[in-house]
Design a binder for this molecule. Structure first.
Ligand SMILES: C[S@@+](CC[C@H](N)C(=O)[O-])C[C@H]1O[C@@H](n2cnc3c(N)ncnc32)[C@H](O)[C@@H]1O
Length: 235
């Protein structure tokens, strides 16, 4: 994650007439969006270091799993764009317009056709079964409600479609997890990011068939390859 304090939500949001939980969710989304809008110009430079230490060839691995009609959820500045196979048809969504602007410039520079759209991972605008593959890297740690995002990803995947995840997660190494727990409160306040998530749990709860998963870096980094059941079974 990139440094920089998460801003308070705009007063306009705080004055909405929404119910408590819904209002809190909107405020949290506003905070995440404004954090990434502000961080966008520095994101590539700052993430490069964390990427090298934590992810290794994770981006290459994730993109190599993609085939057919592909959706990248929370595509950010498009750091995966260079690694997708040429033949995939790519759509990318993100809630931060500033991150998407950089992704657009990157796609142009690479000559990579991609349909980039503003969007919310928790409420995707695509029809059920629209995609053969959904890729999401380093983002389920930031999406305010990652359970909703995984449910939406399942909805927009065709039966038998594949979900590819790369993220930092809650470690399964006790002392490392203890440090993550100590850091979580200030980390969440400073960055729009949680250290204690484990999206594989939501993937399983949604009834995906987990084809492969691997932890590395003291259990902090996880790669997941999962398939939506072909029979459309639900959790
Ligand atoms: C740490 S960045 C990762 C970007 C990119 N996936 C990568 O691998 O570099 C997290 C991204 O998630 C996006 N994001 C967070 N919550 C979101 C949501 N609910 N819907 C869409 N994008 C979201 C942010 O705007 C940001 O671009």
């Amino acid at each position: 994650m990139t440094p920089g304090a998460v801003r308070a939500a705009t007063p306009a949001r705080q004055e909405t007439g929404l119910g408590g939980a819904e209002n809190r969710a909107m405020i949290q989304k506003d905070r995440v969006r404004s954090y990434f809008d502000e961080q966008a110009p520095h994101y590539d430079q700052r993430i490069r270091f964390f990427e090298r230490i934590l992810c290794g060839d994770g981006r290459q691995w994730a993109c190599a799993q993609a085939a057919g009609e592909v959706l990248e959820v929370a595509i950010g500045t498009g750091r995966n764009l260079a690694f997708y196979p040429k033949e995939v048809r790519l759509t990318g969504i993100d809630m931060s317009p500033a991150m998407l602007d950089i992704a657009r410039r990157r796609a142009q520079g690479l000559g990579r056709p991609v349909d980039l759209q503003p969007g919310d991972a928790e409420a995707l605008t695509f029809a059920d079964g629209s995609f053969d593959t959904v890729v999401c890297t380093l983002s389920l740690c930031c999406v305010p409600d990652e359970r909703k995002a995984v449910a939406e990803i399942k909805r927009v995947l065709r039966p038998g479609g594949r979900l590819v995840l790369l993220d930092h997660v809650r470690s399964n190494v006790a002392p490392v997890q203890a440090i993550q727990r100590l850091m979580e409160t200030f980390w969440c306040r400073l960055h729009a990011d949680s250290l204690l998530r484990h999206p594989l749990e939501q993937v399983r709860a949604e009834g995906f068939e987990v084809l492969w998963h691997e932890r590395s870096k003291l259990g902090i980094v996880e790669r997941v390859l999962a398939r939506k059941p072909a029979n459309g079974a639900t959790a």
